[in-house]
Design a protein around this ligand. Structure first.
Ligand code: AMP
Length: 111
C-alpha cells in the first residue's frame, strides 16, 4: 500500500531533499527531534524492516551507507540510525525508513 513517502518519491508532495540516487532518497524530517533529523528511504516500497527478504539485503545495506553519507554531509561523524518496525515500536509511516539523528547529545537507552 502506498504511503505519503511514495508521493514524496514521485515528487507529488514537496520535501527538503538532501540526497538522491537510483535506489533511495533522503530528506529532512518534517518534525525534527534533533538539529539533524533526516529520513533515508528506498525508492522501492517495503512496508517495514520485518518484511525484508534476502533480496533486499543489498538495498538495505545501501540505505545504511547513505545514512553515513548524509550525516557526514551535515558535518557529523557521530550520529544515530533508528528504524521503528511496527506500530507498537512507533512506526507511523509504513514505507521503510531510516531516521538519521545528530547534532545533540543522544541518551541511551532510547525511550
Ligand atoms: P516513524 O514514526 O518511524 O514511522 O517515522 C515517520 C516520520 O516521518 C516521522 O518522524 C514524521 O515526522 C515524518 N514525516 C511524516 N510526514 C512527513 C513529510 N511529509 N515530510 C517529512 N517527514 C515526514
Amino acid at each position: 500500500m502506498s504511503t505519503i513517502f511514495s508521493k514524496i518519491i514521485a515528487g507529488e508532495i514537496p520535501s527538503d531533499q538532501v540526497y538522491s540516487d537510483d535506489r533511495c532518497i533522503a530528506f529532512r524530517d518534517i518534525n525534527p527531534t534533533a538539529p539533524v533529523h533526516i529520513l533515508v528511504i528506498p525508492r522501492q516500497e517495503i512496508a517495514q524492516l520485518g518484511h525484508m527478504t534476502e533480496d533486499h539485503e543489498g538495498l538495505v545495506g545501501h540505505l545504511m551507507r547513505v545514512a553515513g553519507i548524509v550525516a557526514r554531509q551535515e558535518g557529523y561523524e557521530d550520529f544515530r540510525v533508528i528504524i521503528n518496525n511496527g506500530a507498537g515500536a512507533g512506526q507511523t509511516v509504513f514505507h521503510l525508513h531510516l531516521h538519521v539523528v545528530a547534532g545533540r547529545t543522544l541518551s541511551w537507552p532510547p525511550g
